[in-house]
Design a protein. Sequence first.
Lengths: 145, 517
Amino acid sequence: MTTKLVVGLDGHGSGERALAYAERLAKLIGNCELMIVYVVEWSPYSFQTAEENAQRHKRREEEISTATQRVIDPAVAKVKSSGITATGKVRHGDVASILIAVAEEEKAEQIIVARSSEGGFAKRIFGSATSNLVMHASVPVTVVN
Amino acid sequence: MTFLKTLMLSAIATTGFGTMASAQEAMTIDQQVNEAFAAATGPFVSLIFAPIPGTSFPWIVMWLVIAASIFTIYFGFVQFRFFGHAIGLVKGDYSDPNDAGEVSHFQALATALSGTVGLGNIAGVAVAVGIGGPGATFWMILAGLLGMASKFTECTLGVKYRNEYEDGTVSGGPMYYISKGFKELGLPGGKFLAIMFSIFCILGALGGGNMFQANQAHAQISGIVGDYPGWITGIIFAAVVFAVIVGGIKSIAHVTEKVVPFMGILYVGAALVILLVNYDKIGWAFGQIFAGAFTGLGVAGGFVGALIQGFKRAAFSNEAGVGSAAIAHSAVRTKEPITEGFVSLLEPLIDTVVICTMTALVITISQQLIVDPVTGLYTLNEAGSAIATVNDVSGVALTSAAFGSAIGWFPYVLAIAVVLFAFSTMISWSYYGLKSWTYLFGEGKNSELTFKIIFCVFIVIGAAASLGPVIDFSDAAIFAMAVVNIFCLYFLMGLVKKELHSYASRLQSGEIRKFKH
């Protein structure tokens, strides 16, 4: 049976480290597939102007195609070039809940992310995406430093 | 103080007896603007507010209430039957997770609410209670509850007949459902009525969605920092609005989006605190509301006066039947247009039944309205047009005084809230006006820019003119939208009923069910 691993990328350098680690892990496991996910931060409860609402569908398509081109496609190509099966996905929502949801849908063995670079005031109040993920995930989570 | 005078005038003018009494004084820039404006808009205003022959009842108020009652009965009290379902939709229980990133029901509702919650809830209610007494509140609540059905009708149609363009943007609103819906039914005149609506919507955007807001924001600011010419406030506001709608400076809009809901919560919170502290007077206040609703308790025009004021201010505040909300709600992502109808019926509830009632209760409980100790009836002011108040204030100043009597520093918070509400309402209405403008003149950079510049010019005029003519024109323009919109809704409501039957049976059979999140 193929082992599936979910890799969460954030478009920064730290994501590269997570991907590199996932690649190494995949080689060790052998029959392994990587599911590379980029999450566009989005909440259905945010406030927008009427004009933003009217253009929302268009913006969403743009966000998906930008993330696919800049983050997902290069990552998938890189992993494939080293002989590992990989697919990519861009989703909107809360980072932690989306990664957990994808892991559950795909019946993945674990989630791999890098420690996020966000910080400051918001992090102190709401906690980071990484810590939320670690606390709520239903599968093991590896956080790469 | 000009501020007090303008508000006094508003009280006189809104009852329909008003003329510009201050014209004899030396003409400042503000007065010249005011004179010219009142003269230009007078005939239009008199037509819209003409009384039903033989009564003092404006026909337009009747028009709105009858429509809301007909929709309520025709859709079998949809506002109560589907209330719980509406909450479920807003919570996202029925949203497909694959649509994440699209406009949610919550966002469409929040956007529409930011266009309606505002000065109507603060200043408008004070005008209603100041003239019609606490009894006006009863009629306001009734109009709010009935208005939920009007909103449901127009917002369902707004989504059903919106335009979806190839680039992924959407445009919706009465002008689209009137022209498309009439065509579908094989009725003539759809295009003409859609054009009529668009013209009135542009006027409404410039009036209630702009001048009234600028005017009251100036009144509030000058009430705190001292009197100064209105055109100065106007130019500052116009510059900021220009930066957002023309310059595309999203950061300003984003700040208001974050702060406005917070202000709304703070306002309701403060009202609740005042009500809790005075919990022993709540029963008495409701007594005043009920007694006043049917007897008037001595207000000008008796109980009919209370009723007119209540209905009028409710309509102005929640815009049910006006058609504006259909523009705001139409961007939602849903496969079922009717779901947005259900969601939109929460709007008059939040706006009128909850927030307006809070304001009215606080004004009543704070006893700013002077009661004759002997008869127990309200004492009228010298002009006999409104109830005398403690410091002779009306409009937003009355609300401010009422909150201030319980929480000393609250008028400052209220001033900030008024300015922000005014700003967010202007941004919303600039969009409604723009959609109507582009419907008439086509989409394109130059056409859009022309409207946006006109919009900003009217901010300056609105801040400079006095409240009387501004509030008259604002009301008249917004109600003119309702004349066309409701007329068309009568023809189109059958289409909504079909949707309702189909949806209700699929909901019953379990074909439409909650998604697991």
